[in-house]
Design a protein around this ligand. Structure first.
Ligand code: SAH
Length: 472
């Protein structure tokens, strides 16, 4: 199968620099299942075309699936469309042969990297089961491509045999080459819907990296994620949760002066974290898991206290974890300090064996980000499965919202909050958890208390009841 990338950017010869492949050479790369060739059938100042041709070895291909299929030798292993269609092999080939361009680098002309250039892409023999032309359009058009689709006939000599399931695709768009390659990398296997290798968690990583900056906003992001991860529900859920959370990193974020309201919020948050750290310190626990740790503010505080020997930060958002790692200056910490901290990606919705054995769990300003009907799943993960000795949990006090000038009646403090509870609602919830799972609840307030409405933030320490037989 063949991928052709043409540009009419002036001078079009820049394509050679961008793809980091010499225009005069025919280059061949070894893949695990065959070869990839790169060459330029045309290269002038007005127009240049690069071709990526895959030459898949059908026998090598079958070797890869040995073991899985040994018992039932199947002709289908040898006689299938894999060597001839644009599939995930094409993605592997793009990543392997055009890695420099995919990573947004250009050694000789770095200024070209962010230049949007007019591109025309031709792809032959693209399968698109369960969706066909309409799916192809739904995937590429929202990204700004002009799409032309031609369905191949089964056999040109026998027109009445009708169409095959393969398409030829022409895409046109003006964009940086890195964006173009990342779209192709993700969307070709999504259309093919048949990945050739086992899909594991590192696939989420690849999807995350290559989808950065466009997948989270794509109207078909669910379909893309599902098909990319071969419909594996557990992986799809994790990946979608991450995408949900992707916020563009705003470079100016740190440069702008915070507003009064932001400053007040920050100070309140500081107080809240101090209160939580203090409760943990007083209890004497030595290991703490901070679930929904965000950018790791609590972890930074806990690290300062030697009492805490093991600190685990878990968050569903990879983006937040990266920030946490940066803000902790993790890579510069002495080994002894590094050994005290672990950052891991995970969702609070699923049982997580990494939480087992931690004496305490902190849940600071997290539950209000969960859908109410999913809160129960979280309760079970934490109180029935992980069963720490102690949980310290905080959430906004909804009654206090009337005190924030910026909030109109009924509005929540953060656009991502799914609910905010009054003190009575919060206490009823925590007491019911206590009764159900054997914990005693001790409530606390954070921030200055106002008449009638209480303090801005509310918290609870849930202490596991020691079974009576253990008390002498
Ligand atoms: N505890 C931190 C961050 C609070 S913001 C602090 O107090 O500074 C809420 C955090 O919960 C976010 O980082 C968000 O990514 C995380 N979160 C939301 N839903 C989650 C889920 N299902 N599993 C794990 N983390 C989740």
């Amino acid at each position: 199968m063949l991928l052709q990338i043409t540009t009419t950017h002036k001078p079009a010869t820049d394509l050679g620099y961008l793809l980091h492949k010499h225009p005069d050479k025919f280059q061949t790369f070894e893949l695990s299942v065959g070869k990839a060739h790169i060459f330029y059938p045309e290269m002038s100042a007005d127009r240049a075309t690069a071709c990526l041709l895959l030459d898949i070895d059908a026998v090598e291909l079958v070797r890869g699936v040995e073991g899985k299929n040994q018992e039932n030798f199947a002709l289908a292993n040898y006689v299938n469309d894999r060597p001839y269609v644009a599939s995930s092999f094409m993605s592997v080939a793009i990543a392997k042969t055009l890695a420099t361009a995919m990573n947004g680098k250009c050694k000789d002309k770095p200024e070209l990297v962010n230049v949007a250039m007019p591109f025309e892409v031709l792809l032959t023999a693209l399968p698109a089961p369960r969706g066909g032309e309409s799916l192809i359009r739904r995937l590429f058009e929202p990204l700004g491509y002009t799409v032309e689709v031609e369905r191949q006939t089964l056999d040109k000599k026998f027109a009445d045999w009708g169409f095959s399931k393969y398409f030829n695709l022409k895409l046109q768009h003006t964009l940086p080459v890195q964006a173009l390659l990342s779209h192709l990398y993700v969307l070709i296997p999504v259309l093919d819907n048949e990945k050739h290798y086992f899909v594991g968690e590192d696939e989420i990583e690849k999807l995350w990296q290559k989808g950065e900056g466009w997948l989270a906003q794509h109207p078909e992001k669910e379909q893309i994620t599902k098909r990319y991860l071969r419909d594996l529900p557990s992986l799809t859920r994790i990946a979608l949760a991450r995408l949900q959370d992707e916020k563009p990193i705003n470079d100016t974020e740190t440069e702008q002066e915070p507003t009064e309201a932001q400053k007040r919020k920050e100070t309140l948050h500081e107080k809240r974290l101090q209160a939580v750290a203090q409760k943990l310190a007083e209890s004497g626990v030595e290991s703490v898991a901070d679930v929904g740790c965000g950018e790791g503010k609590l972890i930074r505080l806990l690290l300062k206290n030697k009492q805490f020997k093991q600190i685990l930060g878990i968050d569903v958002s990879y983006h937040e974890l990266l920030k946490a790692k940066q803000r902790l200056r993790y890579d510069d910490l002495p080994i002894k300090q590094q050994e005290r901290v672990t950052l891991a990606q995970g969702s609070l919705m699923y049982k997580d064996s990494r939480l087992k054995g931690f004496e305490a769990v902190a849940v600071v300003e997290v539950i209000e980000h969960l859908e109410l009907d999913r809160l129960q799943a979280f309760e079970r993960v934490l109180f029935e499965y992980a069963q720490p000795k102690m949980v310290v949990l905080t959430t906004p006090n909804q009654e206090y919202n009337v005190m924030w000038d910026a909030l109109t009646a009924g509005e929540m403090r953060h656009t991502d909050h799914r609910f905010e509870w009054t003190r009575a609602e919060f206490q009823a919830w925590a007491n019911q958890i206590g009764a159900k799972y054997g914990y005693e609840a001790f409530f606390f307030a954070v921030g200055e208390e106002a008449e009638q409405v209480g303090a801005p933030s509310q918290g609870v320490v849930l202490q596991k009841n020691i079974p009576e037989k253990n008390i002498l």
